[in-house]
Ligand binder design. Structure first.
Ligand code: VG1
Ligand code: CO
Length: 541
């Protein structure tokens, strides 16, 4: 085996976004692209000699090849050990758990999450730190700086490592441990939840459908829901991870998981439906005839988590990303616990979880999680729902109705305008920001604007400040609009418009109807149609 030092040059644009570096797969497969970024991770964290890492990915196209390159680069830079999921597979929450439970120094997750996969689609690389969570902004800034200064990278010349079987092996001086991707994660779930109660619920005839969307959660959901909990065979569908996710977007929302939504709204609906995304950290939850918005899911889980053994002692606090609806805020108020508002992206929850200030966290983009790992966790959310329903006794619809009656209802929707020319989207945001101070007191869509600002976050744990995290407009009566540009896209710019209206009395409105004035106001305030030339969003969730 020969250690090679390969001369290279900085490649433009290797700046990690909301969740790692995401690019078209063929960009990642281009000369030196992956290698430059991986060397920049090693350099950005101060070298890897003697360190232990976790490695795995969501199984998308190029996952297996990239894993081999990273192993050879880790060995060449002196890492002591890499713990890698069998077949180079690990869901994001399972990777987070392994980093924590093995006391690893960090980990690399190969995923572009909910983005489609395949030679013409997306690939991604994310670095997580020793707490198991996505690298915070100061670390990604160091990594980005290293991408701009790189002159060479080190790699071992060697055969592929056999990742098809669990067990120990070596690459040069570096130890490699290939692990079953599911086992440790399943054991953690068994600690947190009352598997007996869920098994009894399913044995009573409670039926479910889990759509793994041809992505990494398939093996986890099969092992846990069908094998361990006794859900009927075939309850987990699209359970085999495929390099192109069957040609679909592995994004668990009513647009991309439409067949599941149709099933749940039809006459053959099971009691419970759920889906997860490419890397297994997102979830969508439905009951028979009802879709639960992710923001509502966070609120309901916060209100009822104490029914599961892992949370029977209550919650220390909750946290939500700024665009997530304020439904959970009222639960926190009722429970007398703090509620934190953070920028978009799971990395901002890490400090709150580490410091014991928050137990549950969530984002409107179908992400919920807790302090059991440092990532959002799709299957965990499903199990918490099932545990709550098993103890509570009613249906998803009953639980939602009871929740809204107690707390009121936050109608919520997100409109995405995808692949806009970057200058157009940035121009619109710049114009909007310039007008913010004039907006309060004026009207839009028949609503009175109460507040308008750009969100900045002061981390209460380490005092760091993150600016430019989205524009928020508040209306009299509790309505709200948030405008921000996505940090995970790979083509042009994606504008996200988050729409919220709160109603304490009318609990059964059609969300589109309840939000109509807010939607009108969004266009009036930001001039979306004028700037983009589009008459409506590409994706509404
Ligand atoms: C999106 C979501 C954000 C989420 C991020 C990563 O980011 O809005 O809430 O944390 O994706 O999720 P953005 O910048 O495109 O809005 V995952 O499951 O794609 O890693
Ligand atoms: Co994801």
């Amino acid at each position: 085996m020969t250690m090679l030092t390969i001369q290279t040059q900085p490649i433009e644009g290797q700046k990690p976004g909301t969740s790692g570096l995401r690019k078209k797969t063929n960009v990642f497969m281009g000369p030196h692209y992956l290698e430059n970024f991986v060397q920049a991770i090693w350099d950005g964290i101060g070298g890897i000699a003697g360190k232990t890492f976790v490695l795995g990915g969501d199984g998308r196209y190029f996952n297996d090849r990239a894993a081999q390159v990273i192993l050879r680069m880790a060995a060449a830079s002196g890492a002591a050990k890499v713990i890698v999921g069998q077949g180079a597979l690990l869901s994001t929450p399972a990777a987070s758990h392994l980093i924590r439970s093995r006391g690893a120094d960090g980990g690399i997750i190969l995923s572009a999450s909910h983005n489609p996969g395949g030679p013409d689609e997306d690939f991604g690389v994310k670095y997580n730190t020793a707490n198991g969570g996505p690298a915070p902004e100061d670390v990604t800034a160091q990594i980005f700086k290293a991408t701009e200064a790189i002159k060479s990278y080190r790699i071992l010349e060697a055969q592929d490592v056999d990742l098809s079987r669990a067990g120990a092996t070596k690459l040069g001086e570096m130890q490699i441990e290939v692990v079953d991707p599911v086992a440790d994660y399943q054991a953690l779930m068994q600690q947190l939840f009352d598997f007996g109660a869920i098994r009894a619920l399913l044995a009573r005839g409670f039926s479910l459908r889990f759509d793994a969307m041809h992505a990494v959660t398939g093996p986890y959901a099969k092992a846990i829901l069908e094998d361990a909990l006794g859900a009927a065979r075939g309850s987990v569908i699209n359970a085999v991870p495929s390099p192109d996710f069957g040609g679909f977007h592995p994004d668990p929302n009513p647009v991309w998981a439409k067949p599941l939504v149709d099933l749940m709204m039809g006459p053959e609906a099971p009691d419970f439906g759920a889906a997860s995304d490419g890397d297994g950290d997102r979830n969508m939850v439905l009951g028979r005839g009802i879709y639960v918005t992710p923001s509502d899911s966070l609120a309901v889980l916060a209100a009822n988590a104490h029914l599961a053994p892992g949370y029977s002692g209550g919650l220390k606090g909750v946290a939500r990303s700024m665009p997530t609806s304020k439904a959970v805020d009222r639960v926190a108020e009722a429970l007398g616990i703090p509620c934190y508002e953070t920028p978009t992206g799971w990395k901002f929850f890490g400090n709150l979880l580490d410091a014991g200030r928050a137990t549950l966290c969530g984002e409107e983009s179908a992400g919920t999680g807790s302090d059991h790992v440092r990532e959002k966790d799709g299957l965990w959310a499903v199990l918490l729902w099932l545990n709550i329903l098993a103890v509570w006794g009613g249906s998803v619809r009953d639980l939602m109705q009871a929740h809204w009656q107690q707390y009121g209802r936050n109608y919520y929707s997100r409109h995405d305008y995808e692949a806009l020319p970057a200058e157009q989207a940035e121009g619109m945001m710049a114009e909007l920001k310039a007008r913010l101070s004039d907006l309060p007191g004026t009207q839009a869509g028949g609503l009175v604007i109460e507040s308008a600002d750009e969100f900045a976050y002061d981390d209460p744990v380490d005092g760091s400040r993150s600016e430019g995290q989205g524009v928020r407009i508040g209306f009299e009566g509790g309505g709200r609009i948030v405008f921000r540009l996505s940090g995970t896209g790979t083509v042009g710019a994606t504008l996200r418009v988050y729409l919220e209206q709160v109603d304490a009395k009318n609990l059964d409105l059609d969300p589109a109807q309840a939000l109509a004035p807010v939607i009108r106001a969004a266009d009036e305030i930001a001039g979306i149609a004028r700037h983009t030339g589009r008459s409506g969003p590409d994706v509404t969730t």
